[in-house]
Ligand binder design. Structure first.
Ligand code: UDP
Ligand code: MG
Length: 304
């Protein structure tokens, strides 16, 4: 009989572990699905790890991986994929915002031969207006830059063993799981779900961490910003040519004393453009440096 592994990244989720383990176990048992639950404690500072150990004691199908510090959700997902033993692996949030019933639906599709089953948000649930707007903007840019539709993407997915092995074999340290599962291809289908209310605990995202996440993932999936610099440079050159011609003509006509404001403005504008371009290039170099160092994606300090 085939087994389903469910990977649940958890960071400071002490209030949710027990409940999630119970709900998932009862849903999957009711459907006669052979399963294991892999909780990945992403270096929580509360009693999440104790809760996972308790859950593992109560149910032998619960496993836990404990990070030495907080490495972020992406790393937690990959650690979960690496320790999952199932023939297919589902990834879901451990705050029950991803409905357990949808996992069953995904599993049935997997049984029909699909290899990547993507959870697609039908509605975004309860969020602040700012959060919603920035998420929408980010995904629009991301979709444009990476040339795939990401507007409703989520980390809620079920992957076949084959796909998991392909993902694990990628040497990339700074991977963007959400987009990568689309990038690898395979027989894909999507399932719509409604984002549920968070039952306990708080969202781990701050505006700052979201911006960092967004920039990092755009850079991870496309070099479009680098091409943009080239384009801006091209336009600047064109403008320089026209303005230069005009300046020479005016000089020859003996009217070149005026226009100091223009000079100041031009120096400021070009200076900023150059700095920004250097910054963008620097960002990519920093990422190359990160990858070249080859540090591990995460460090595991305990398992159960
Ligand atoms: N998470 C994690 N590491 C982090 C931040 C979050 O493993 O550094 C987990 C968190 O425990 C949850 C999931 O990622 O299971 C989604 O996080 P959250 O619910 O805070 O995000 P939101 O649902 O608000 O987008
Ligand atoms: Mg959540």
């Amino acid at each position: 009989m085939s087994m389903l592994s469910v990977v649940l990244p958890s960071y400071n989720e002490e209030a949710m572990i027990k409940r999630t383990a119970k709900v998932m176990a009862s849903v999957l048992e009711r459907e006669w699905i052979e399963y294991e639950l892999v909780f990945v404690d992403d270096g929580s500072s509360d009693s999440t790890w104790e809760e996972i150990r308790h859950a593992a004691r109560d149910n032998a199908k619960v496993h836990g991986v404990h990070f030495s510090r907080n490495f972020g959700k992406e790393s937690a997902i990959f650690a979960g994929l690496a320790s999952a033993k199932g023939d297919c692996v589902a990834v879901m949030d451990c705050d029950l915002q991803h409905p357990p019933q949808t996992v069953v639906e995904m599993y049935r599709l997997w049984e029909q031969g699909y290899e990547v089953i993507e959870g697609v948000k039908r509605s975004r649930g309860d969020e602040s207006l700012f959060h919603r707007m920035s998420a929408i903007t980010f995904y629009r840019w991301m979709s444009m830059a990476a040339k795939m539709d990401m507007t409703h993407a989520s980390d809620f997915k079920l992957l076949d063993r084959k796909v998991v092995d392909v993902l694990l074999a990628m040497p990339e340290k700074n991977a963007f799981f959400r987009a990568l599962s689309g990038w690898v291809g395979f027989r894909t289908i999507s399932v719509e779900f409604d984002v549920q209310e968070r039952e306990a605990g708080v969202s781990k995202w701050t505006t700052r961490s979201l911006i960092r996440y967004g920039v990092s993932n755009i850079a991870g999936f496309t070099s479009l910003p680098l091409h943009l610099i080239l384009w801006i440079g091209g336009f600047a050159l064109l403008a320089a040519f026209i303005l230069g011609l005009q300046t020479i003509v005016r000089y020859c006509m003996g009217k070149a004393v005026e226009g100091f404001t223009t000079v100041i403005l031009l120096i400021l504008l070009m200076g900023s453009l150059i700095m920004i371009s250097l910054g963008v290039i620097g960002y990519y170099i920093a990422r190359i440096y990160e990858e070249v160092k080859g540090r591990p994606r995460y460090i595991i300090s305990a398992t159960i």
